[in-house]
Design a protein around this ligand. Structure first.
Ligand SMILES: Cc1ncc(COP(=O)(O)O)c(C=O)c1O
Length: 406
């Protein structure tokens, strides 16, 4: 990584996409969101709860990242700091937090793993999880049983605990409660505000997994009593696979035992031409917890473009649009054929529509039928799961309903 002043990458490539703020300037705020995605080769992707599609602008940013590697003279030393810095800024803006408190990650699990391994546990400490939750919310704690930590499952309808129930489950030994904002299998949303209040009142650390919510609903960390949020980037945030982030409250973060000391993090604010300073820095804040290779160009450049795009599109407007698609679907659903498992109305309703064919064992058959007709949906735990996002149009839902009623 010798320093050498490169030409402006965008000019050298002769591309319209640039690596500065102008990257997304050509996104027309008046055009329909779905025009900013694709091509989908004539198919309709209704499985954002699994993988969200990259917007066009993110594809371009990915192309720039690839070209920089093909022609390494385009890669500047500063990029190793500016790329993660820009992503952190976009994520901070998205969740109403300081960028300095954002930890860059490769998954949802990354933040849970940091907490499980960074907290100082006593034998008999209790972690509460929800029976029916996504396994990422369970495994990082289960392994602590080796250290005498008790992991207790709360039996909750639709894998979604309500505040009163949580209140009655908390014991004097409960240290932490971890759950999904939106349940991946039932589509139910928790009342994160009330649950946060209950945790705070009982001195319990509240860890919120936002993987199935953020991007489709608004998260404002200024308004929530939450201690940690963890999220992946590849669903509703429309980033590449192997992206994610966490936010930990500064108090919680500072209480953790440091897990790693990464040389490039230690180099923050210093030139790469001089790096043999072995002092272990303690002034890095959240950056000290970042995933290694934090300037993960191939993933983080497109993801940053995707998040900047969502910010430009306005998260509140995207949330409203997504809910309109859900409403359109639910108003037209033939309930003689399908039993709705996910909630009918907000605030419990999410953007995950889960339903069970009335004839048992038919979910797979329906999935196949839909796939042949060009509609990609998921089957989870025996149910059909449909998850539309801003890349979908009202016509997509009309076409889907046509197949479902045929
Ligand atoms: C609620 C929830 N959490 C986490 C994940 C994924 O976890 P990770 O980002 O660690 O792969 C998923 C789906 O893949 C999910 O639905």
């Amino acid at each position: 990584m010798d320093s050498c002043p490169p030409p402006d990458p965008s000019q050298a490539l002769g591309m319209t996409v640039m690596l500065d703020r102008e990257t997304i300037a050509y996104v027309d705020p008046n055009s329909a969101y779905f025009e900013d995605f694709g091509p989908f080769d004539g198919r309709v992707w209704l499985n954002t709860a699994h993988q969200g599609p990259l917007p066009k602008v993110a594809r371009e940013a990915g192309r720039v990242a690839l070209e920089q590697k093909v022609r390494p003279h385009l890669l500047r030393d500063e990029d190793f700091f500016e790329v993660p810095g820009r992503l952190r800024a976009a994520l901070g803006k998205l969740v109403g937090a300081s960028p300095d408190d954002i930890i860059l990650a490769n998954s949802t699990t990354y933040g849970l793993d940091l907490l499980a391994n960074g907290m100082q546990w006593q034998r008999g400490d209790e972690v509460l999880v929800v029976d029916g939750d996504f396994p990422a919310d369970v495994f990082p704690w289960l392994i602590l049983r080796n250290q005498g930590v008790v992991v207790r499952f709360i039996e909750a309808q639709a894998g979604r605990v309500d505040p009163q129930q949580l209140s009655s489950e908390i014991s004097p030994r409960t240290r932490l409660f971890c759950t999904s904002w939106v349940n991946s299998f039932s589509g139910w949303t928790i009342d994160a505000a009330s649950i946060g209040q209950i945790c705070r009142k009982n001195n319990v650390i509240f860890v919120l997994n936002a993987a199935q919510g953020l991007g489709a609903r608004v998260l404002d960390l200024q308004a929530l009593a939450v201690d940690a949020v963890t999220c992946c980037g590849f669903k509703w945030l429309c980033g590449p696979y192997a992206t994610g982030f966490s936010w930990l409250s500064p108090t919680l973060r500072e209480s953790l035992t440091p897990q790693h000391a990464y040389w490039l993090a230690m180099q923050a604010g210093k030139p790469l031409s001089k790096m043999r300073d072995y002092s272990l820095r303690t002034d890095l804040g959240a950056r000290a917890w970042d995933v290694f290779c934090t300037a993960n160009f191939f993933n983080f450049m497109p993801w940053t473009a995707a998040i900047e795009y969502l910010l430009l599109a306005k998260p509140q407007s995207v949330a409203r649009y997504d809910q309109q698609l859900v409403t359109q679907f639910l108003q037209n659903l033939d309930e003689d054929r399908f039993e709705l498992i996910s909630p009918r109305a907000e605030p419990e309703r999410s953007t995950l529509i889960v339903m069970r064919p009335r004839k048992p064992q038919e979910a797979g058959i329906w999935q196949e039928r839909l796939s042949i007709a060009g509609f990609d949906v998921a089957v989870r735990e025996g149910n059909l799961r449909i998850s539309a996002h801003l890349h979908n149009s009202r016509e997509d839902i009309v076409g889907l309903m046509r197949v479902l009623s045929s």
